[in-house]
Structure formats: structure tokens, C-alpha cells
Design a protein around this ligand. Structure first.
Ligand SMILES: O=C(O)CCC(=O)C(=O)O
Ligand SMILES: [Fe+2]
Length: 313
């Protein structure tokens, strides 16, 4: 009988043991066990300032509340793989089967940080949160290698040099996004429109800060059965992407997720979230850690990630 997780079953993991070397192994094993089953976990005591996250939500709200003509001045060129700029409603599609995905986004990569006048300090706060999140992502990747018992505990971090050194960023596609899902009235709701279509993420790991509105759902161990993720105050939600699943030969699960427009309690409110997508360095060849009978042939990160972005934008 398949295991059907119910609401609140996304585990909450306390990251404070990471600080002490003798507690790190048990923490890493807990993290890896979660990745073998749910593929998602909440992390608390992670060291990223909650005030900073709140500031990014506030500044992002101020930006998204500006007139459309203003935001269009920063539009990310449509259909291009340029990864910086404003994304208007329906500019991208994570699930080709839906009619429309109703969200706005502002994206940047560290080598293409734009200058934006209003709201004041918008970009500075995003950059600060990006740096703090990268730092955390590297610690979490460190735990992956420990928990998997790899001979080199820095195996994954070494393959993510551009995460630690954003100036080296070339084509790994490490991407910071701030998302804004506008509110709806019940009469505006139409079948086939969603906030975020069903998808799995592309790279190594995703860190997601979300407000308290909720709406994110993740696929359970039963295909097609989704369970809600109840937001946990101050936590960052972490999941892995397809490239990490491939790297571990599907030992870790890259879980599909979505945000629908089916609950008036939620869709009448705006939702905000901040996903930070972490990928290996562009030149890294991802070859299965299961050397004996790998499911997937080796693939170059750059080719894989850029192909996935091209399909989305
Ligand atoms: O807004 C959310 O919670 C989901 C965002 C997401 O899954 C994504 O952008 O990949
Ligand atoms: Fe996602």
C-alpha cells in the first residue's frame, strides 16, 4: 500500500547541528532520508536572516505594485535565455498542458544585476538574500555528500564553484527569482488557469521562501496525488531538481509540485515566494554516482539547464 502523506508531513529539520562536526553526520543522514522519500523538507535555524527575507518580500511587493508600463521597462526579452529582468503574466509556462500560469516574476543572475531606481534598495536586498542563500545551499550540498557516504565530503560543493563565487558565473544558470501571484475574484477564475503549473525543478537544489498564504502542493508517492505544503514561519523549503536526481541515479527524488487557483481562501489573496535555483557549474559533467548500471548517460550541466530554460521561456 502506497504511503500517502497528509498535510504537514513535509519534515521540519533543524539545521543548528550543522555547526558541530560530530552532529553533522546524523543531520546529513536525516536530510538524505527525506530526499529519498518526500524530496522536500523545511529547514529551520538555517542562519538566513528572517528580517532580510521580509524586506525582500516588502520591496518585491512595492515593485510589483508599480504600474505595468514601469515594469515593462525591465522586461526580460521574451523567448531568450537572458536570465535577468521582469516577467509579465503568462510569459513562461512550466506545464505546457495548462492554459495560463498567472504570475509575475523578477529574475537575476549575479553577472547581470540590473540597476533599478524604484523602489529604492530593491536590487540591493535581493542581492543580499541571494548571497546568504548561496552560502546555505553550499552547506546543504555538503550534507548531501556526507549523508550519501561519498568518499569526498566536498564532492558536490566542488562542482558548485560559481555558487560560492558568483563572479565566476558563466552558464550554470544559478537563478534568483522573486515571484508575485496576483489576487483573483471568484468570477475571474477560469478552468485551466493556475498560479504555477505542475513541474519538477531542473538543477541541484531549490531554496524557497514563501509567505503565509500557502497553496504550494507536492506530489505524494502516489502519482497524481498532491498534498499541500503548510508554510512554516521562518523556514526555508528545500527540494532537489532533476539534475540531482539524475546524479544520484534517482536515489534522491525530484518531486513534482504546483500552485493551483482552486481555493477562494487563497486565490483572493496575493501570494509571494522567492525561489533560488542552484545548479552545478556549467562545465560539470553529471555522471551517475551509481557506477555499475547507471540509468542515465552522462550529461553536461550547461546543455541540460539551458535546454530546460529554453523550453520554459
Ligand atoms: O511559488 C511557489 O511556491 C512555487 C514556485 C516554483 O515551484 C518554481 O518557481 O519552480
Ligand atoms: Fe518549482
Amino acid at each position: 500500500m502506497a504511503n500517502l502523506p497528509s498535510e504537514n508531513t513535509i519534515p521540519i529539520i533543524d539545521f543548528s547541528p550543522y555547526q558541530s562536526e560530530d552532529k553533522r553526520v546524523a543531520l546529513s543522514e536525516t536530510i538524505c532520508n527525506t530526499l529519498r522519500t518526500t524530496g522536500f523538507f523545511h529547514l529551520v535555524n538555517h542562519g538566513v536572516s528572517h528580517d532580510l527575507v521580509e524586506e525582500v518580500f516588502q520591496k518585491s511587493r512595492d515593485f510589483f505594485n508599480m504600474p505595468l508600463e514601469y515594469k515593462m521597462g525591465y522586461l526580460r526579452p521574451q523567448g531568450s535565455v537572458s536570465l535577468t529582468g521582469y516577467n509579465k503574466i503568462d510569459q513562461e509556462r512550466l506545464d505546457p498542458a495548462v492554459k495560463m500560469e498567472v504570475r509575475e516574476a523578477f529574475d537575476f543572475i549575479p553577472t547581470q544585476v540590473p540597476h533599478i531606481e524604484r523602489p529604492p534598495g530593491f536590487i540591493d536586498t535581493l542581492v543580499k538574500l541571494d548571497l546568504a542563500s548561496r552560502d546555505l545551499a553550499l552547506k546543504v550540498l555538503h550534507c548531501f555528500a556526507i549523508g550519501l557516504g561519498l568518499p569526498d565530503e566536498h564532492y558536490f560543493t566542488k562542482a558548485h564553484q560559481a555558487v560560492a563565487h558568483p563572479e565566476l558565473e558563466s552558464d550554470s544558470g544559478n537563478l534568483f527569482r522573486t515571484l508575485y501571484y496576483p489576487p483573483f475574484t471568484p468570477s475571474q477564475i477560469d478552468s485551466g488557469i493556475v498560479r504555477c503549473g505542475t513541474h519538477s525543478d531542473y538543477g541541484s537544489i531549490t531554496l524557497l521562501f514563501q509567505d503565509d498564504v500557502g497553496g504550494l502542493e507536492v506530489e505524494s508517492s502516489v502519482k497524481g496525488v498532491f498534498v499541500p505544503v503548510t508554510p512554516v514561519p521562518t523556514a526555508v523549503l528545500i527540494n532537489i531538481g532533476d539534475l540531482m536526481a539524475r546524479w544520484t541515479d534517482d536515489e534522491f527524488r525530484s518531486t513534482r509540485h504546483r500552485v493551483l487557483l482552486n481555493d477562494p481562501q487563497r486565490f483572493t489573496k496575493a501570494r509571494q515566494s522567492i525561489p533560488i535555483f542552484i545548479n552545478p557549474d556549467g562545465h560539470t559533467v553529471i555522471a551517475s554516482l551509481n557506477g555499475k548500471s547507471p540509468k542515465y548517460p552522462p550529461i553536461l550541466t550547461r546543455d541540460y539547464i539551458m535546454q530546460r530554460y529554453a523550453e520554459t521561456y
